[in-house]
Write a protein that binds this ligand. Structure first.
Ligand code: ATP
Length: 460
């Protein structure tokens, strides 16, 4: 892994994890060289920073790096900015947040900029957002807010799993609002950045500036708000900022990876504020949406690599196989185009297998029988032991059959093996259970819906 290769890889990493994460966590890393054992060292501004990147992006980084440099077997993160003095600890921030205070000081330049927002990604517009069934409501709500009329729902709370387009929609709203009214002050930042700014203001005793700044915006957008859960003083400050803006009828847009009532360690008063506007979720993508997204991205790539061709069936295969999140899907496409242009070949299934082996392997997630049993038991509010155990109570029979059916559908285990894992009464029990659910799915809408929901949850 040479320094040049590391630099060249950055674009791919950015495409994989998104501009925001890239700017915050990857860009500050410095190249530290590879030793004879294949350990590639990256220099991080602080220990906290290094271990954060390692645990959140370590696997992804190693996968990407080993693709371009086969000799790299391991990553190491060490602190690499010795010229920075040891940062003083904050006096007023609570203990739990102090580590971040100290670390942030080293990472960030003093805040001189007037609006401490994160940069907006120009590619994240409504034009480039592909609408499908799973995201049509969120898209409609975002569009409405972007029109900038009288504030009808405040806040708009968008939530959904990783990489499903929350940030994209927020940036799209910001672009559109700014286009319609260039004088509008739109502040977009992640909840993590909000906390950094807050503890920095505390440390530098600039709380008044901080408050003034956040209260003077026309539109505030806070991404990944689940980050402030459990961080008491940040929550407190967020609460006050929130109220002050709502009182002034200023629009707030929030995103999170789950619904407000599912965010643990969030104060009740904040939870209820977050629920007080419109809460909409981005559902996991379906095949059609994934295919639509791939097709629209291909159009963009074709503009850059006019001579590259894609064999029929490749996009369908990717849309079918990579169902985790859109970011992974995009990363796969970026890599395919990069490989194809390097080797000067068309994008066909051979190239897909060669260049995406790791992505395809990772998406082949194995679902275990235990996992299915646990989920189904939770869904029907029965104890796991009752589902597996010997009781032949009627209440447990249906959940047990549903679980057996899902084991048959989602794992490659044989019927006798599934039977054993359900207490091994009789090897025809599973067969009977599976058949029963198949029949019920045809005529009982509730069972059909339950099974489908469970299947989706397990495959997510
Ligand atoms: N419907 C869509 N149409 C086009 N691109 C999409 C769509 N949904 C997601 N993407 C793309 O997928 C990538 C990930 O999306 P985004 O960063 O908005 O996800 P997120 O929900 O904010 O994820 P995270 O929870 O990681 O913050 C982005 O490059 C985005 O452009």
């Amino acid at each position: 892994m040479t320094r040049d290769k590391w630099i060249a890889l950055q674009e791919q990493i950015r495409a994989t994890i998104g501009q925001n994460n890239y700017k915050t966590w990857i860009e500050p890393l410095l190249y530290g060289g590879v030793d004879s054992e294949g350990e590639f060292t990256l220099l991080a501004p602080t220990n906290f920073f290094g271990s954060y990147v390692e645990s959140n992006y370590g696997d992804m980084l190693l996968a990407q790096i080993s693709l371009v440099s086969a000799e790299v077997r391991r990553l190491a993160f060490t602190v690499g900015r010795a010229e920075h003095p040891e940062a003083p600890r904050a006096e007023t921030a609570p203990v739990a947040e102090q580590a971040v205070v100290a670390d942030t000081v080293v990472k960030e330049a003093p805040a001189k900029d007037a609006l401490p927002g994160a940069p907006l990604d120009a590619r994240f517009s409504f034009d480039t957002f592909v609408v499908g069934k799973p995201n049509e409501l969120a898209h409609a709500a975002a569009k409405r807010v972007a029109e900038g009329g009288p504030v009808t729902f405040n806040p708009l709370f968008l939530y959904g799993g990783v990489g499903l387009g929350k940030t994209h929609l927020m940036h799209a709203i910001a672009h559109e609002l700014k286009t319609r009214n260039p004088h509008l002050t739109v502040l977009y930042l992640s909840a993590e950045q909000f906390m950094y700014r807050f503890v920095q203001a505390l440390r530098e005793r600039k709380m008044m500036d901080f408050k003034e700044l956040f209260r003077s915006v026309d539109v505030l957008m806070v991404d990944d708000v689940q980050f402030i859960a459990g961080k008491d003083s940040t929550q407190e400050e967020f609460f006050h900022t929130f109220n002050a803006l709502v009182d002034q009828n200023k629009q707030i847009i929030i995103s999170a990876d789950r619904a407000p009532d599912e965010i643990k360690d969030l104060e009740t008063r904040i939870r209820s504020r977050l629920q007080s506007g419109l809460v909409v979720d981005l559902h996991p993508t379906d095949y059609e949406l994934r295919l639509g997204i791939l097709q629209s991205k291909v159009e963009v790539y074709k503009g850059m690599h006019a001579n590259l061709t894609i064999q029929d069936g490749v996009l369908e295969f990717l849309a079918h196989r990579i169902s985790t999140n859109v970011r992974v899907l995009e990363g796969a496409l970026t890599r395919l185009f990069a490989f194809a242009s390097l080797v000067g070949k068309p994008i066909d299934m051979d190239l897909v297998q060669d260049s995406l082996a790791d992505v395809l392997r990772a998406s082949e997630r194995k679902i275990s029988i235990e996992e299915i049993q646990r989920r189904v038991a939770e869904h029907y509010h029965i104890r796991l032991s009752d589902m597996i155990g010997p009781k032949r109570v009627r209440n447990f029979a249906r959940p047990r059959q549903v679980a057996m059916y899902l084991c048959k559908q989602l794992t490659s285990r044989s019927l006798p093996e599934i039977d054993r894992r359900f207490g091994g009464r009789d090897h025809t029990t599973v067969m009977h259970g599976v058949k029963r659910i198949e029949e019920l799915r045809m005529k009982d809408g509730q069972i059909d819906e339950d099974v489908e929901m469970l299947r989706r949850a397990l495959e997510a």
